[in-house]
Design a protein. Sequence first.
Length: 217
Amino acid sequence: MRRLPGRRILRDTQRLMGFISRGFKGKRRDTASSSRVPPGQYVVNDFPVLSAGPTPRVNLDQWTFSIEGEIDEPKRWTWKELAALPSETVIKDIHCVTKWSKLDTSWKGVSVDVLLQGVETAAEFTTIFSDGGYTTNVPLDDITGNKAWVVYEFDGQPLHPEHGGPVRFLVPHLYFWKSAKWVRGIRLQKEEHPGFWESNGYNMYGDPWREQRYWGD
Ligand SMILES: Nc1nc2c(c(=O)[nH]1)N[C@H]1C(S)=C(S)[C@@H](COP(=O)(O)O)O[C@H]1N2
Ligand SMILES: [Mo]
């Protein structure tokens, strides 16, 4: 029982020492990297797997990606059509609400801007939906303007099923639960509808820099 407060004091002391050494001895060596990591996060080198259910088996011959909801003509791509769209490789830091961050992750896929080209919509919100029933809500502004991708490669390799392969969503400026694995489409909506984790205590928006982890943050 006495150990816990002791540890807390030690951590506070280390924080204070860090502050002092920054203040009095100039920049610490890790200043650059720590300014890159949102508050409360630590950096990992491995790639943890976090799934709320089993990894669905996805047959690419049957697979489609859809944009539906507040749109005159729903849009739909087969796997072959999606793979033929202009793609890009992006290097991004990712931040899980369980506090790990992974820096410089490399992904290949299609920008959501490409998928939404020419689409007119009254929607301000979206629900990203996946095989297996997972959903997550993201404002439309947060998936446009080259901020989100539908990705199918990680580190130059086809995306592993555990990490959402064949195709997952990537919206790296928000906590990683917004990056739906096994993604199948985007539902455009006028109102904001909480997704799976957002209905179960996670923050509706999820900005890691403001530590919007849970309801009320
Ligand atoms: N379909 C689906 N997508 C999901 C999840 C999930 O359970 N199902 N978990 C989310 C959470 S909480 C995180 S942190 C990341 C984990 O991705 P990873 O397993 O590739 O690390 O996926 C997100 N996308
Ligand atoms: Mo997560």
